[in-house]
Design a protein around this ligand. Structure first.
Ligand SMILES: [Zn+2]
Length: 92
């Protein structure tokens, strides 16, 4: 729901938010034609992202670098926990 307020004094006006600017009536309190539109959006967004990196030398069996970072979602509790590779891993 959009709330229309006076852009100068801030009182709530009983005016449609999609009204043309030249059709507006002056604010009954201060006479201003400025408007402030308050838009309330209620939305829940959940984003989980995980990035895994593995680097191996051509002749090596084990990766010399392995890193997982991002957010894991626990399947049952839907708790979020962050995973991060240990900082002592050497790239080369
Ligand atoms: Zn006003």
């Amino acid at each position: 729901m959009n709330i229309v307020r006076c852009g100068k004094c801030g009182i709530t006006l009983n005016e449609a938010s999609n009204i043309q600017p030249d059709k507006r009536l002056a604010c009954p309190s201060c006479g201003s034609m400025c408007r402030l539109f308050e838009v309330n959006i209620t939305e829940n967004v959940e984003i989980g992202e995980k990035l895994g990196v593995k680097a191996k030398r051509a002749n090596a069996k084990k990766p010399f670098m392995e890193q997982i970072s991002g957010v894991d979602t626990h399947e049952q509790s839907s708790w979020y926990f962050k995973t991060q590779a240990s900082p002592d891993l050497k790239l080369w």
